[in-house]
Design a protein around this ligand. Structure first.
Ligand SMILES: NC(=O)C1=CN([C@@H]2O[C@H](COP(=O)(O)OP(=O)(O)OC[C@H]3O[C@@H](n4cnc5c(N)ncnc54)[C@H](OP(=O)(O)O)[C@@H]3O)[C@@H](O)[C@H]2O)C=CC1
Ligand SMILES: C[C@H]1O[C@H](OP(=O)(O)OP(=O)(O)OC[C@H]2O[C@@H](n3cnc4c(=O)[nH]c(N)nc43)[C@H](O)[C@@H]2O)[C@@H](O)[C@@H](O)C1=O
Length: 326
């Protein structure tokens, strides 16, 4: 993190006092983007620039350039991406590498060229080697082979981190990166196959309860460990980093707490109130055995998460009942 000192001159762009600043939240209808918009609105930001995918396809370079020339946002948060769980990543590798490279390259380059003061890029904990030391420090990046089920997505995300670093070094531009762990919360994707484990199980347990089914199938062996963070905590961390961090290195953003998939399934069963049995489908991949991140750098700057997994699950299930299960 010594390189952060070399960039001290770039850290003058404080964010929080400028409530009327133009802030572009890319991907504002997704899990993460929606939480960031909620947080910024709560804080009193009045000039958010938002475009749905239908209004602006961020893979289209000339459209993105025209948007930035016209809007010239002062701050940019990149929460738009092609995102999915283990099955989607494994099934659509071309989409995961190409769409993510296109979106992030277009947005980062156009933001720099049109006077954006500061940009935050979001990656993911899957950037780290499959067998990284645990908890995973930021400097484990590029020290070993990736998990094959999501290497295409991981390579795109690593390119995003490196692009922010390259623009910081060459242009002295304040681009930073945050690497969140597995997230969940309101506006998650509850698709039965393509979503992440937590929303997938919430939906499957709920539907099983409603139908009076005797069992629910859960993928893999149940032994992999995952670290979950409520998306409201992530949004809080994003605002914190926009205000306080201007370094070359990406920063891990995790809860510091891990559970096995079996423990998650048992907890979900309890929260949803399903009374049948769990059946394990070991033909489905487990993915990375463990990916607990070391988020002590962010903690040392003064940020800590607040939402426990149990409370977060109950809150998300309430949202699911009110909004998805209509
Ligand atoms: N969910 C998680 O567990 C984790 C997420 N992250 C990161 O957080 C970020 C946000 O993820 P998350 O909110 O979960 O993802 P979502 O899929 O919920 O949201 C992604 C958003 O990006 C938009 N988008 C996708 N493609 C395009 C495009 N071509 N043009 C314009 N908009 C587009 C989507 O719009 P539409 O739906 O209309 O296509 C959607 O609003 C990503 O960078 C992801 O890597 C990191 C770690 C874990
Ligand atoms: C955030 C992160 O998310 C992805 O990585 P992942 O953590 O492996 O993602 P996942 O949530 O899909 O699975 C976690 C674990 O859970 C098990 N599992 C059980 N039952 C279901 C199930 O029903 N659905 C899913 N998806 N998984 C299930 C599953 O077999 C695996 O062992 C990356 O591709 C990449 O997108 C990324 O960055």
């Amino acid at each position: 993190m010594g390189s952060q000192d070399n960039n001290a001159a770039l850290s003058s762009n404080s964010f929080l006092p400028y409530k009327s600043a133009k802030v572009f939240v890319a991907g504002h209808r997704g899990l993460v983007g929606a939480a960031i918009v909620r947080k910024l609105t709560q804080l009193g930001f009045t000039n958010l620039v938002l475009r749905s995918h239908a209004e602006l396809d961020l893979t289209r370079q000339s459209d993105v350039e025209a948007f930035f020339v016209f809007e010239k946002p002062e701050f940019v948060i990149v929460a738009a991406a092609k995102v999915g769980g283990i099955h989607a990543n494994n099934t659509y590798p071309a989409d995961f590498i190409a769409i993510n490279l296109q979106i992030q390259t277009n947005v980062i380059d156009s933001a720099y060229r049109n006077g954006t003061k500061k940009l935050l890029f979001l990656g993911s904990s899957c950037i780290y080697p499959k067998f990284a030391p645990q908890p995973i420090p930021e400097d484990a990046l590029l020290t070993g082979p990736l998990e094959p089920t999501n290497e295409w997505y991981a390579i795109a995300k690593i390119a995003g981190i490196k692009m922010c670093q390259a623009y910081r070094i060459q242009y002295k531009w304040d681009a930073i990166s945050g690497m969140p762990t597995n997230l969940y919360g309101p506006y998650d994707n509850f698709h039965p196959e393509n979503s992440h484990v937590l929303p997938a199980l919430m939906r499957r347990f709920h539907e099983a309860k409603v139908k009076g089914a005797k069992e629910v199938v859960v993928w893999g062996t149940g032994s992999p460990l995952r670290e979950f963070l409520h998306v409201d905590d992530l949004a809080d961390a994003v605002v914190f980093m926009m205000e306080k961090y201007s370094g070359l290195e990406h920063l891990n953003v995790g809860s510091g707490k891990e559970v096995t998939i079996k423990e998650l399934a048992e907890l979900m069963k309890e929260v949803v109130g399903f009374e049948g049995d769990l059946v394990w489908d070991s033909t489905k991949p487990d993915g990375t055995p463990r990916k607990l991140m070391d988020s002590s750098k962010l903690a040392s700057l003064g940020w800590t998460p607040k939402v426990s997994l149990k409370d977060g699950l109950a809150d998300t299930y309430k949202w699911y009942l009110e909004n998805v299960n209509l």
